[in-house]
Design a protein around this ligand. Structure first.
Ligand SMILES: [Zn+2]
Length: 300
């Protein structure tokens, strides 16, 4: 039983076979997929995925690298979306993905920071955790988290120092690890993954991006989370079952999911998968149109 805490299943890369990709994830034992938005223009696509697939849980927000391609109304649209969705059948799991990215040149850093701060305030107002995208900006993100406050959340694709990791933990955050730790050269990430306390860790694919080493640059999918869990188990010298247990506990705790929901059948994981497949069948039977998945290209 695994939770993919970061997967762009609404991305154009999945336009041709999204149903099969989600079904394969369910067959691999993934019980929930958190789908972050990147800007108001893809809120609807994310929502449609979450209506169609019982595994998918939406998050809404504007990505730091999309701040320049959206306008001032984005913040008001986020607030309106959360107001509407919190009362609906598919309540948001988080605000995200939001954050700071000072890696790519040519972006307006001050504008990024302003959007980040305003979205942190919105998350605080709705008492939602946040999904953070951070590149070359760990200290700047931590500074704003301390200043504005947050209910916690996940630092996605974490690649900071041990000291910065500890500061996130102190602020109620978990750290997301995925395919990057499958590369032998990713020594810092691998060291963190093997040495951080287990309470710190959640798993993610970031599919279709960050393909693990074994995909050799091919499209990543949420079903890969199983082998990603194996990679973490190997780094820590423990069984995959242990990894499944603590990473799921951590994701459930930080995202406010109810674990019982995932344990609706007896203890056996086989039973779990059969029930997941039944649930899928019921969802598919509702026969919603696949062409509703607007092919919105993303690549962030
Ligand atoms: Zn992402």
């Amino acid at each position: 039983m695994l939770i993919d805490t970061h997967c762009h299943i609404d991305a154009a890369e999945f336009a041709g076979d999204r149903d099969a990709v989600v079904r394969a994830a369910a067959a691999a034992g993934i019980v929930a997929i958190v789908v972050p938005s990147v800007m108001p223009e893809n809120f609807a696509a994310v929502r449609v995925c979450c209506e169609r697939h019982v595994l998918c849980r939406p998050a809404y927000g504007t990505h730091p690298l999309r701040v320049d391609s959206t306008d001032e109304t984005a913040l008001g649209r986020l607030r309106a979306c959360l107001e509407r969705e919190m009362a609906g059948a598919h309540p948001p799991a988080a605000v995200g993905e939001i954050g700071l990215d000072f890696h790519v040149p040519g972006f307006d850093a001050a504008r990024q920071e302003r959007f980040f701060v305003e979205q942190l305030k919105i998350a605080r107002d709705f008492d939602l955790p946040v999904l953070l995208h951070i590149r070359r900006a760990v200290d700047a993100v931590l500074r704003q988290l301390r200043r504005i406050g947050a209910r916690g959340g996940i630092a996605h694709a974490f690649n900071g120092s041990r000291q910065q990791a500890d500061e996130f933990l102190r602020l109620g955050f978990r750290l997301g690890f995925g395919g990057a730790m499958s590369f032998p050269r990713a020594t810092r990430i691998r060291r963190l993954a093997s040495s951080l306390p287990r309470e710190a860790l959640v798993l993610e694919t970031d599919a279709p991006d960050i393909p693990p080493a074994w995909l050799e640059g091919g499209r990543n999918t949420p079903a890969e989370l199983l082998r990603i869990a194996d990679a973490l188990a190997e780094l820590r010298g423990i069984d995959r079952a242990e990894v499944e247990s603590f990473t799921t506990d951590n994701a459930v705790a930080v995202l406010g999911f109810r674990r019982q929901r995932f344990e609706r059948t007896e203890d056996s994981s086989r039973g779990q998968r059969i029930e997941d497949r039944r649930q899928f069948q019921r969802t598919e039977d509702r026969g919603q149109k696949t062409d509703e998945f607007a092919a919105l290209s993303r690549r962030v």
